[in-house]
Design a protein around this ligand. Structure first.
Ligand SMILES: [Zn+2]
Length: 565
C-alpha cells in the first residue's frame, strides 16, 4: 500500500512535469508582443519570461502564463515589436563620449570664413587649455591653412578635427607643439600636407594627426569614467545594449575596468585594441597585458585587435587604397592609388601571429585594394588553420570578384549603412575622382548578402550618429532625408528591414563571437531586449523606421530605459 502510494505520487508528479514543468516563477514576463526572435527555428513569438537575468521561455501568451507568480513583473507590450538588444559592431563609444559637450561645427558644410566665428567662440569659451579642439568639421572639400587658423588664434594650439576621424587642420602653434617642421617625415600611415616650398600647410591626414594628438593634454581618468558613464544611457535610448569598441587604447581599457568594478557597466563590451600592427613580440605583450586587465568579467570580450589597412576615399584626403588610380578633378585617370598602410606580407604575418596568441582581427578597409589585401591575408590565415573571428569594417568599395570571398573565408562585413546616402561625402567629394563605374558600387550591402555574407551593422560613432534606426532606414532607402532632392545612392544595393534587423542583432553577435550569449531571443540567452514604440510589418517604410524609438530597454533582465529628456 505504502509502495503503491509512492508510485502513484511519482506518476502524478511526472504527469505534472510533462504538462506543466515545475519551475520557479519568472522575475519578468513580456506578453502581447510582436517578438522578432532572430531564431531560425522559432522566428516569431508573443511572449518571453526572464529568470535571473536570462531568458527562460520564449513562446506564446498561453505558455508564458505558467511563469507568472506573485513576484513576477508583467509587461504588456501592446502588440509592439520586441527585438533582441541591438549590437553596434563598430563604435568608438569612449572616444565619442569624451567629445560630447565639447566644441563642435556639427558636421555642417562650411568654409573657413563661415566657420571662423564659431571657432573664435570655442577659443573664448576655454581660457585655460593649451590645445583648443574643435570637433565635427565636415572634411569634404574643407580647406584651412595654418595661416588662416593663426588669424583666429595664434597663442594657443588650434586643432580642427574632421568628422571622419582621419583629417585635421592645425595652426602654426600646433605644428610647433607637435614638432612638425619641413624636415619631419610623413608617418608610415599618414601624410603631412606641404606647400610647394616644402612647409607643412597645417592639413594632417591619418597617422599624421597622431603627431598632434599624442602631445595634447590627456583627459583625466575621472573625466573618462564620467564620460563613459554618461554615454551608456544615450546608447540604451536607441536600443544598443552591446557593442564592439573599435580602437581601444590603454586609458580606455582602465576606464571600462573601473566602470565594471563599480557595477555600473550596463552593456556588453567587446574590445578591439588599437594596434600599430607591428609584428613584434613587444606589441603582442602590450596587447596581452591589456587583455588581462579585462579578463574574468563576462561583460567583456577583450580579444580583438583593430588594424587599419587604409584611410578614406574622399577628396582631398584620398588615402583609401584603390585597385585603379584616383582620377584628377576633371575625371581623367591620375597616378595615385591611395595608400596601403601595411605591406601585404606584413599583414599576413600579423594576422597569423594574432591567431597564435588567441586574438581575433577586425580590419578597417575602405578602398577595393585594401579590402583585397585584407581578404588575401585572411585567406592565408584560414589556409594555415586559423579559427579566428575575422571581420572587415566600412567596405565602401569592393571589387565584385571579392564578394564571394566573405562567405567562403568566414569573414564578416561590418557595414556603416548610414553612410550609404547621397551627400557631400558620397557624391560631391568623390564623383570626378573615382568615376561613374566605381560610384555605382559604393557600400554594396545587397551584393554582399546575395553572395552569402553575414552582414553586421555598425555606426562608427562619433564619425556619425549611433542611432541604429537611422542606419537601418538609410540601408532600406539609400536616401538622404536632409537632401531629398538627391536621387538614392546606388538604389540597387538597398536591403530589407528584416535583413537589417538581423544585421544589428544576430549577425553582429556572430561577428563578435557572442552569439551563444546574445543576438536572439532564445531560452538560455541573456535577457537583453527592447520594446519598440510601434509594430513593424511588411509595409513598414524607411521613414517609419527612422523615427522609431524603443520605449523599454532591458539589460540582463533589468530595466535600463533612460528617462526621456
Ligand atoms: Zn572606426
Amino acid at each position: 500500500m505504502r509502495t503503491t502510494t509512492i508510485a502513484l505520487t511519482l506518476v502524478a508528479l511526472l504527469c505534472a512535469c510533462t504538462r506543466e514543468p515545475a519551475h520557479l516563477s519568472a522575475d519578468l514576463v513580456v506578453r502581447n508582443g510582436d517578438l522578432r526572435t532572430m531564431s531560425a527555428t522559432n522566428p516569431r513569438a508573443t511572449a518571453l519570461a526572464v529568470l535571473a537575468g536570462s531568458i527562460a521561455y520564449v513562446g506564446d501568451d498561453a505558455g508564458v502564463a505558467a511563469w507568472i507568480g506573485t513576484g513576477t513583473k508583467v509587461i504588456d507590450a501592446g502588440g509592439h515589436t520586441v527585438l533582441p538588444g541591438l549590437i553596434d559592431s563598430h563604435i568608438h563609444a569612449a572616444e565619442g563620449a569624451l567629445a560630447l559637450g565639447g566644441c563642435t561645427l556639427h558636421n555642417e558644410e562650411l568654409t573657413i570664413a563661415q566657420a571662423a566665428d564659431a571657432i573664435r567662440a570655442c577659443v573664448a569659451a576655454d581660457k585655460t587649455s593649451t590645445w583648443i579642439v574643435v570637433n565635427e568639421v565636415n572634411p569634404a572639400g574643407f580647406k584651412a591653412s595654418a595661416q588662416e587658423l593663426d588669424a583666429i588664434e595664434k597663442q594657443r594650439a588650434l586643432f580642427l578635427w574632421g568628422t571622419d576621424g582621419h583629417t585635421a587642420w592645425v595652426n602654426t602653434r600646433a605644428l610647433e607643439l607637435a614638432g612638425i617642421t619641413r624636415t619631419t617625415a610623413d608617418p608610415a600611415a599618414g601624410r603631412i600636407e606641404r606647400d610647394p616650398r616644402g612647409d607643412a600647410t597645417g592639413f594632417l591626414v591619418d597617422g599624421a594627426t597622431s603627431l598632434a594628438l599624442d602631445v595634447m593634454d590627456k583627459p583625466s581618468q575621472a573625466k573618462r569614467l564620467d564620460a563613459l558613464r554618461s554615454v551608456l544611457p544615450k546608447l540604451h535610448a536607441v536600443g544598443i545594449t552591446s557593442f564592439l569598441e573599435a580602437n581601444t587604447d590603454e586609458p580606455t581599457v582602465d576606464a571600462y575596468a573601473e566602470l565594471a568594478r563599480l557595477g555600473q557597466l550596463d552593456a556588453r563590451v567587446t574590445i578591439a585594441f588599437e594596434s600599430s600592427a607591428e609584428n613584434e613580440p613587444s606589441e603582442f605583450q602590450r596587447l596581452e597585458a591589456q587583455r588581462a586587465k579585462l579578463a574574468g568579467n563576462p561583460l567583456f570580450r577583450p580579444d580583438f585587435i583593430k588594424v587599419m589597412a587604409d584611410g578614406v576615399m574622399e577628396h582631398p584626403t584620398q588615402t583609401a587604397a584603390l585597385l585603379a588610380p584616383y582620377n584628377d578633378a576633371k575625371g581623367k585617370p591620375g597616378k595615385s592609388t591611395g595608400k596601403l598602410y601595411l605591406a601585404p606580407a606584413d599583414l599576413v604575418a600579423f594576422v597569423q601571429e594574432a591567431q597564435k596568441r588567441a586574438f581575433n582581427v577586425h580590419v578597417h578597409a575602405i578602398g577595393d585594394a585594401a579590402v583585397r589585401e585584407t581578404l588575401d591575408a585572411f585567406a592565408a590565415a584560414r589556409a594555415a588553420g586559423s579559427t579566428q573571428l575575422l571581420s572587415i569594417s566600412h567596405l565602401q568599395l569592393i571589387d565584385p570578384a571579392d564578394l564571394p570571398r566573405f562567405a567562403a573565408l568566414r569573414v564578416q562585413p561590418s557595414l556603416q549603412l548610414l553612410w550609404a546616402q547621397p551627400d557631400n561625402y558620397s557624391i560631391d567629394a568623390l564623383t570626378p575622382w573615382i568615376g561613374a563605374e566605381r560610384m555605382g558600387r559604393q557600400y554594396p550591402a545587397r551584393s554582399l548578402i546575395a553572395a552569402g555574407a553575414d552582414v553586421a551593422g555598425g555606426s562608427d560613432w562619433d564619425v556619425s550618429s549611433f542611432n541604429p534606426f537611422e542606419a537601418i532606414a538609410t540601408a532600406m532607402s539609400r536616401k538622404n532625408p536632409k537632401e531629398p532632392e538627391r536621387p538614392p545612392l546606388v538604389a540597387t544595393e538597398a536591403v530589407t528591414l528584416d535583413q537589417m534587423l538581423a544585421a544589428y542583432t544576430l549577425n553582429s553577435a556572430r561577428m563578435i563571437g557572442r552569439d551563444r550569449e546574445i543576438g536572439s531571443l532564445e531560452s538560455g540567452k541573456q535577457a537583453d531586449f527592447i520594446v519598440l514604440d510601434r509594430t513593424y510589418d511588411d509595409e513598414t517604410t524607411a521613414d517609419e523606421v527612422r523615427v522609431t524609438r524603443p520605449t523599454s530597454v532591458y539589460f540582463a533582465g533589468r530595466d535600463v530605459t533612460p528617462a526621456s529628456d
